[in-house]
Design a protein around this ligand. Structure first.
Ligand SMILES: Nc1ncnc2c1ncn2[C@@H]1O[C@H](COP(=O)(O)OP(=O)(O)OP(=O)(O)O)[C@@H](O)[C@H]1O
Ligand SMILES: [Mg+2]
Length: 624
């Protein structure tokens, strides 16, 4: 899979060999009269050529027997073979992710059986393997190991090395053992073939071992991960048109790394939008995306708890918020890092403007000046990034204090702005910004922001919009951080998108995400029951909705109420047969999937009962 290749590719740059291993190799080379590192071999002293193969695909059963064909194979004159096997204790976590995979696998095998077609042999085998492994580790307390194997061929000339290598590769193919010539990693691989020269853990991380139980003959646990999504992408539904064959459909989101992978999900209440979102969310979590959810109703709480996610309550009553003065830690990207202080300035100005309901030029200047005074007071200097973190000890209240001081000095604009903001910092509204949240998303697979919608209460509207805007900024930071620091993929989910899009600031943010998140290895998923928010020129249309509509490779269309369907008919440019299909989908939980440049299909999610139950939980009332 592309994602995994990316992760590995990152570590496999030419010359990126580890120091400990090359140190030993140099020691050997020095005594042997020189070492020449080639892409897939090592030449020692110009006399002996070595090539080390790493086993990455193992036969069905791992027992001492499996090596026999290798050692039996006669090699050309003067060539030798060395095989090294490493064992390390492994841990199998029977956590939610494993259980989810097993259930989906079961479901897939079971539905094949129901439809009368033979299930995929790979899936059946994977399922059996997991069950055996589960039985052994969970119920009988058996120990498991990760096993690695490397095979080194040595020859007296490069030509002989080629002949011996080809022969070995052929034997492995016949024995169903997959080996790699380990390009650019020959030193590490060579060391792994020595009892004393075990390379550092990084090498083993790059080349995951094969899980074996005490009998060395158990299941391919990591392999089961691949049966549902390796190479085929994520599960998106079963073909469900009247003439559909019920087959499972997968989407390979990373096949086109340049294109956008955004989703827009449309449908009337109760048709299955949230269920779709949560299923997609689960699939992306299984692919190790970091996911962010903006949850207006608190209906993701249960799922969040189940997957060990971070629940961030930024509703009005919680008093929690992200402080606009917060300076994110440096990323290692010069441009991004240099822009961090401007980020604070923007956040402060936006906060002031949202709270005050707009700023006059004099008020904007006063807000700016108050911030500069605060910088000065904290010793923050624009030209010295090392001083910026000092702002993290301050809160937006300190900025307000500077503003008031300016007002006392009679600075233009400061008095009127301080008056407008008084109620949020000193008046009854001040509890809204009671607890600054030090949002550190690093370790969480899932971060759910429980945010208040901007309601029709004028007072609350301001604070909700500010909290939302600050939360959005911190998510955008995290997405960029994921890309720059870890080459990690991110996904941002907005359920009940029509409510978010009502907030002009959030709408602008959705627009930015929709148009640029692909460059940051990310995707945006937004669901709404009000399709008109998606077309700026339609009544109730929004900027963010429009940006998403024209920048979403995947459209998911459930049945819609008549009035909403008319909006779709008018604006969505869908062919007539597709429109009439959508009209027939009511209460079937089926949806039309439109994939950019690929056409349409009618699908339905076929989810295990346990998974459906996990998604059903709604609202905070059901918190357990
Ligand atoms: N594929 C499916 N198979 C079985 N049940 C489903 C499926 N999709 C949805 N449901 C059920 O339908 C009900 C409504 O689904 P869901 O909450 O996802 O709808 P929604 O479109 O998000 O509605 P709302 O707009 O009210 O939030 C839930 O009880 C859910 O379990
Ligand atoms: Mg819903």
């Amino acid at each position: 899979m592309f994602l995994k290749m990316l992760k590995r590719g990152k570590n496999m740059k030419p010359g990126a060999e580890s120091n400990s291993a090359s140190g030993l190799a140099d020691w050997v080379a020095e005594r042997a009269g020189g070492l020449e590192r080639k892409r897939t071999s090592l030449a020692v002293g110009g006399e002996v050529w070595h090539r080390t193969f790493v086993v990455h695909g193992w036969p069905q059963a791992v027992s001492p027997e499996w090596l026999r064909p290798l050692v039996r194979e006669p090699l050309p004159e003067g060539c030798s073979l060395r095989i090294a096997v490493h064992y390390r204790p492994a841990r199998v976590d029977w956590n939610w992710a494993t259980n989810m995979r097993v259930r989906r696998l079961e479901r897939s095998v079971q539905s094949a059986a129901e439809s009368g077609s033979p299930p995929s042999p790979d899936e059946v085998r994977a399922l059996e393997s997991i069950r055996i492994l589960q039985e052994k580790t969970l119920y009988h307390g058996a120990a498991v190991f990760d096993v690695w194997c490397v095979v080194t061929v040595s020859a007296a000339s490069p030509e002989a090395l080629e002949v011996a290598s080809s022969r070995l590769e052929k034997v492995c193919r016949n024995a169903r053992i997959a080996v790699s010539r380990a390009p650019y990693e020959q030193t590490d691989a060579f060391m792994a073939g020595w009892v004393v020269g075990v390379p550092d853990g990084e090498f083993f991380k790059r080349h995951p071992g094969r899980l074996a139980d005490e009998d060395s003959a158990a299941a391919l646990y990591p392999f089961t991960y691949g049966t549902l999504d390796d190479g085929t992408g994520i599960y998106i539904g079963n073909r469900a048109a009247d003439d559909g064959d019920g087959s499972f459909i997968f989407l390979d989101l990373e096949r086109d790394p340049e294109g956008n992978k955004n989703f827009v999900v449309l449908g009337a209440s109760g048709e299955g939008k949230s269920t779709f979102m949560k299923s997609l969310l689960t699939s992306l979590l299984l692919e190790e995306y970091q996911c962010f959810v903006f949850d207006v109703d608190g209906e993701y709480r249960f799922l969040c708890n189940q997957v060990g996610g971070l629940w961030v309550d930024h509703t009005l009553s919680s008093g929690r918020y992200v402080d606009p003065l917060r300076v994110p830690p440096p990323l290692g990207d010069p441009n991004e890092d240099a822009a961090r202080l401007d980020g604070v300035l923007n956040a402060v100005m936006r906060t002031a403007s949202l709270l005050a309901g707009g700023l006059s030029p004099a008020e904007a200047n006063a807000a700016d000046r108050a911030l500069m005074r605060l910088w000065e007071k904290c010793g923050v200097r624009r030209d010295d990034q090392g001083t910026w973190a000092r702002l993290n000890e301050r809160r937006v209240h300190d900025w307000y204090a500077q503003l008031k001081a300016l007002a006392n000095e009679g600075a233009p604009g400061a008095g009127s702005l301080a008056d407008k903001l008084w109620r949020f910092f000193e008046g009854a509204q001040s509890r809204m910004f009671a607890v600054p949240d030090d949002v550190d998303f690093g370790g969480s697979p899932l971060v759910v922001f429980h945010v208040a919608q901007t309601v029709n209460n004028e007072l609350e509207e301001h604070t909700a919009a500010v909290k939302m805007s600050l939360a959005l900024t911190s998510v955008w930071d995290a997405v960029r951080r994921n890309r720059i620091r870890g080459n990690r993929w991110s996904a941002v989910f907005c359920d009940e998108g029509q409510r978010l899009l009502l907030d002009p600031n959030a709408s602008r943010f959705v627009n930015t995400l929709a148009t640029t998140i692909r460059k940051w290895n990310g995707l945006l998923v937004l669901a709404t029951n009000k399709p008109s928010v998606l077309w700026a020129h339609a009544e109730g249309g929004t900027e963010g909705g429009s940006g998403l509509w024209s920048n979403s490779a995947y459209k998911v269309l459930f049945w819609l109420e008549d009035a909403d369907m008319m909006a779709v008919e008018k604006n969505a440019e869908l062919p007539a047969p597709v429109l009439s299909t959508i009209r027939k989908l009511r209460r079937t939980h089926r949806f039309v999937l439109r994939v950019l440049d690929k056409g349409f299909d009618v699908l339905k999610l076929s989810l295990p009962a346990e998974e459906l139950a996990l998604y059903k939980t709604r609202g905070l009332a059901e918190e357990r």
